[in-house]
Design a protein. Structure first.
Length: 274
C-alpha cells in the first residue's frame, strides 16, 4: 500500500502533462479506484478519539483518474451517458438495494444493507451498512456516511476533491438528516444526532446550544443532539441583520434511538419538520 501511495503521489506531480496514453500511470490509478470501489481503501478514517485522518494520496488518485480517462459512451436501459467513469455494478453480490432511478459511480463504496432510492452517490464516497439514501438525495465525492444513517428526501451532502487537505463531509453512525438539509464543505454531524428539515451546515455556521446560548462549534453538531436551522441578530454599521446558525434544541441520551413520533413532536414544538 505504501508503494502504491508513493507511486500515486509521484504521478500527481506530473498531472499537468499526463494523458490517457500514459499506461503505467493509468494502471496504478485504476488499481486505487478498484480498491475504493471494493472498500479496501477509504478517503478518510475516523480515529477512536474522533479525529478525522484524510488520506490525501487516495483523493489524488481520483483527480488523476479524470486526467487519464477520456469520455466514453455507455447505455443503461433506454438511457445514454457520456462520461469518464462508469457506474457501479453487481449490487446483488454487494447486498445493496437500488431502486430504479438511483445511480452510484464506480469508486464509491456501498456497504451491505444500504438502500438507494432514486438518488446519486459520487466517486470516493463511503456509505456504512444499513444506511438509506432517500429520494433525490445526493452524496458528494469523498463524503463519509456512517452506519444506520437516514438521508431524507432531497438532502445534499457536499463533495470535496480540492483544495488539498480539505476535510470531506462526515455524517456519523445513527444520524438522521432531515429533508432538504445541505451539509457541505467539511461540516460534520455527530453520532446519533438529528438535523431538522432545511438545515444548512457548513464550517462557518455557528452551532449554538439553546439552553445556554453558548456557541459550541462551527459546522459541527455534536453527538446525540437535535438541531434545527435558526438565525441570530448581529449589529453592523449599516444596521441590525440576522445571520444563519444551527440551534441545538435537545440533547439525547447516549445511544438513544430515534423515536420518530417523539422526534416529530419535539420538532413541531419549534416549528420544524423532519
Amino acid at each position: 500500500m505504501t508503494t502504491l501511495a508513493n507511486r500515486i503521489d509521484a504521478w500527481y506531480e506530473q498531472i499537468a502533462t499526463l494523458t490517457p496514453d500514459d499506461i503505467e500511470a493509468r494502471r496504478d490509478v485504476e488499481l486505487a479506484i478498484t480498491m475504493l470501489d471494493d472498500g479496501q481503501l477509504r478517503v478518510l478514517d475516523i480515529e477512536p478519539g474522533g479525529e478525522v485522518t484524510v488520506h490525501e494520496w487516495v483523493r489524488r488518485a481520483i483527480l488523476l483518474l479524470f486526467r487519464l480517462r477520456g469520455l466514453e459512451r455507455s447505455e443503461v436501459g433506454p438511457f445514454e451517458y457520456l462520461d469518464k467513469l462508469e457506474l457501479k455494478r453487481d449490487y446483488e453480490r454487494r447486498g445493496v438495494r437500488v431502486v430504479p432511478g438511483a445511480s452510484a459511480r464506480r469508486g464509491s463504496f456501498l456497504s451491505p444493507g444500504v438502500i438507494l432510492m432514486p438518488s446519486y452517490v459520487n466517486i470516493g464516497a463511503w456509505i456504512g451498512p444499513g444506511t438509506m439514501v432517500d429520494t433525490w438525495a445526493t452524496v458528494g465525492s469523498c463524503a463519509h456516511i456512517g452506519a444506520n444513517v437516514h438521508l431524507a428526501g432531497g438532502v445534499g451532502i457536499g463533495g470535496v476533491l480540492e483544495p488539498a487537505n480539505a476535510v470531506p463531509v462526515v455524517i456519523e453512525d445513527d444520524a438522521f438528516i432531515g429533508s432538504r438539509c445541505m451539509v457541505v464543505e467539511g461540516a460534520r454531524v455527530g453520532r446519533g444526532s438529528v438535523l431538522g428539515a432545511g438545515t444548512i451546515l457548513n464550517p462557518s455556521i455557528p452551532v449554538i446550544d439553546a439552553a445556554t446560548g453558548e456557541e459550541v462549534s462551527r459546522g459541527h453538531v455534536p453527538d446525540y443532539c437535535v438541531a434545527v436551522s435558526a438565525s441570530r441578530r448581529r449589529e453592523f454599521p449599516g444596521g441590525e441583520f440576522y445571520l444563519p446558525c444551527v440551534l441545538i434544541i435537545r440533547r439525547l441520551s447516549e445511544g438513544e434511538r430515534h423515536d420518530k413520533v417523539a422526534l416529530n413532536q419535539v420538532l413541531r414544538e419549534h416549528g420544524v419538520a423532519t
